[in-house]
Design a protein around this ligand. Structure first.
Ligand SMILES: C[S@@+](CC[C@H](N)C(=O)[O-])C[C@H]1O[C@@H](n2cnc3c(N)ncnc32)[C@H](O)[C@@H]1O
Length: 274
């Protein structure tokens, strides 16, 4: 048996130790990206082999938190793939408009930019006061940032461009105030979204949602976990509800393929059959 195979065994034992000690199960995360993340942590911790992480993580919660941060890729931005948001406005908002009130769930929302992006478009369509929006992630640090609605100004020009490409009707700056080198979204937007902890691997159904948006999260899961989470989404969706995944993610080969109609395969927008 070569070193590579032995490292695989070490990773399995490391994941089992984490599951039993901290109740986080990473055994169905896509193996190649998982290995890259573990290697990244080994470098940061100045260690050589995965087995060396086991005692560190078991006895020191701070090291586990660093492991979690390394694994939870929270890269996000406002109006990521603007045409996706434009598609939502054009094809889903008219349906939402027929409901007296409706519920939206952003699963794997990272630091919240995606949820604020949509809330702004709902506001402009006159739908925000009928929407109950939940945005969840298993990374508590990200959720804390999302709740504050405070973001660096660094990407503001890109955000403004995305907003206008997504069909934004006004000016993005109408929705925030400047705070030195940051922007803070206004109270109305912040209070329209409930940010909360939810782990897609082990936590349960999340109410009767009319729209579930889970973008750029499935790329980190293996097929079995993707199917489990799709079943969770299916149970959390109303009849004729909508499901949106990231542009590189699809339900085409999954347990849901016959239960949903693709509205925009390019933007991975699906509608549950009646
Ligand atoms: C790349 S970000 C995607 C953010 C946003 N949806 C977007 O498309 O810009 C992936 C997010 O999925 C979250 N995530 C990964 N595994 C998760 C799980 N088991 N439960 C909940 N969130 C998870 C990560 O913490 C991270 O914030």
């Amino acid at each position: 048996m070569g070193l590579t195979e032995i490292a695989e065994i070490e990773i399995d034992i490391l994941l089992e130790a984490i599951r039993r000690r901290y109740d986080y199960d990473f055994s169905h995360y896509a193996r190649s990206s998982l290995k890259r993340r573990i290697n990244g942590l080994l470098i940061k911790e100045k260690l050589d082999m995965p087995y060396q992480l086991i005692p560190r993580i078991l006895y020191d919660e701070q090291v586990f938190n660093r492991f979690l941060s390394e694994l939870s890729v929270t890269v996000t931005e406002m109006y990521r793939d603007p045409e996706f948001f434009l598609n939502l406005v054009e094809s889903i908002f008219p349906v939402l408009d027929t409901y007296p009130y409706f519920k939206i769930w952003h699963a794997g929302c990272a630091t919240g930019e995606e949820a604020y992006s949509l809330a702004i478009l709902l506001k402009e369509a006159g739908l925000l006061n009928r929407a109950k929006i939940y945005a969840t992630d298993y990374n508590n640090k990200s959720i804390d940032i999302a709740k504050q609605g405070l973001y660096s100004k660094e990407n503001i020009e890109i955000n403004k461009k995305g907003y206008s490409e997504a069909g934004g009707k006004h000016c993005l700056s109408d929705y925030y105030t400047d705070q030195y080198d940051a922007i803070k979204f206004n109270d109305e937007l912040r209070s329209s979204i409930t940010f909360a902890y939810h782990n897609l691997v082990k936590d349960g159904v999340f109410g009767e949602m009319n729209l579930i948006i889970c973008r750029n999260v499935f790329i980190y899961f293996d097929n079995e976990l993707q199917n489990n989470v799709l079943n969770l989404f299916n149970e959390s969706t109303t009849s004729k509800g909508f499901l949106c995944l990231g542009n590189k993610e699809t339900i085409r080969f999954s347990v849901l393929k016959n239960k949903y109609t693709p509205l925009s395969e390019g933007n991975s927008i699906y509608r549950k059959k009646d």
